[in-house]
Design a protein around this ligand. Structure first.
Ligand SMILES: NC(=O)c1ccc[n+]([C@@H]2O[C@H](COP(=O)([O-])OP(=O)(O)OC[C@H]3O[C@@H](n4cnc5c(N)ncnc54)[C@H](OP(=O)(O)O)[C@@H]3O)[C@@H](O)[C@H]2O)c1
Length: 220
């Protein structure tokens, strides 16, 4: 694809990992931060890191500016910042596909889910962003694996959403990454199950010293 993709909170590990993977397949990447300088700094860092790939295009700036320049926006801020961040950039997201990858969780003697009134972070985003098409994806992909280009990315990306065309577009984007397969995980109301799987995976990662992912069997 050659899409313009913003990562809101793209200066963290999950955003950087997705940025690298989606940049090397030919997309234009926009790294968003609360601070314009920080966004630019990380964009420069990733561009230098990927210097062996020709035609890499990664720019950085503040979240609002980066959202405005993009056609697909991926939300990768901590859950504690989810609502406020979306409200701040609501206008820039209008009419666009917004992919929510946020897991409502916290660490309290291990990983725990946070109850979300809307049902899930993805549904909360859909409530706030009435004029965008919100899709849930990428929740179960480890940032460590995404960031390490020497490693393949193996697993299924479970896609939730209520708009068939947007889900298809996000599925195609996800399948550009390593050996990823996109799986239709149903409507937005299923997002809480996908988000909560990450809490399980993080616990498993701790016990097995691994970076686990999900694979659904017997579907084609
Ligand atoms: N890490 C993983 O392996 C992984 C896997 C799947 C899903 N996720 C989800 O992806 C999201 C990002 O994960 P991460 O590990 O990259 O998170 P992170 O490093 O904690 O945060 C990402 C970025 O969010 C911004 N941010 C932090 N606090 C903020 C606040 N109060 N208000 C606005 N922006 C704030 C920061 O960017 P600036 O300071 O530059 O603004 C930060 O670099 C999380 O919701 C997580 O659940 C993570």
């Amino acid at each position: 694809m050659n899409k313009k993709i913003a990562l809101i909170g793209g200066t963290g590990p999950e955003g950087k990992g997705l940025a690298k993977r989606l940049a090397i397949t030919g997309n234009q990447i926009f790294i968003g931060s609360r601070k314009q300088e920080r966004g630019k700094e990380i964009a420069e860092e990733l561009t230098n890191e990927l210097n062996e790939y020709p035609q890499i295009c990664i720019k950085g700036g503040d979240n609002r500016e980066m959202a405005e320049l993009s056609e697909i926006i991926i939300i990768v801020v901590p859950y504690s910042a989810h609502k406020n961040t979306l409200m701040q950039i609501e206008n820039e997201l209008e009419g666009k596909i917004v992919i929510d990858a946020v897991v409502p969780m916290e660490f309290q003697k291990g990983p725990r889910s946070i109850e979300v009134e809307a049902g899930s972070a993805t549904e909360e985003a859909a409530q706030i962003l009435e004029n965008s098409t919100v899709i849930g994806a990428f929740h179960n992909l480890s940032a460590e694996i995404l960031m390490d280009l020497k490693k393949d990315v193996i697993g299924d990306v479970l896609i939730t959403g209520n708009n068939k065309e947007a889900k298809q577009e996000v599925s195609s984007l996800a399948e550009e990454i390593g050996s990823i397969r996109a799986v239709d995980a149903g409507p937005l109301r299923n997002s809480k199950h996908v988000e909560n799987l990450t809490v399980l995976l993080i616990g498993i990662n701790g016990r097995y010293k691994a970076h686990s992912s999900i694979i659904i069997t017997d579907i084609n």
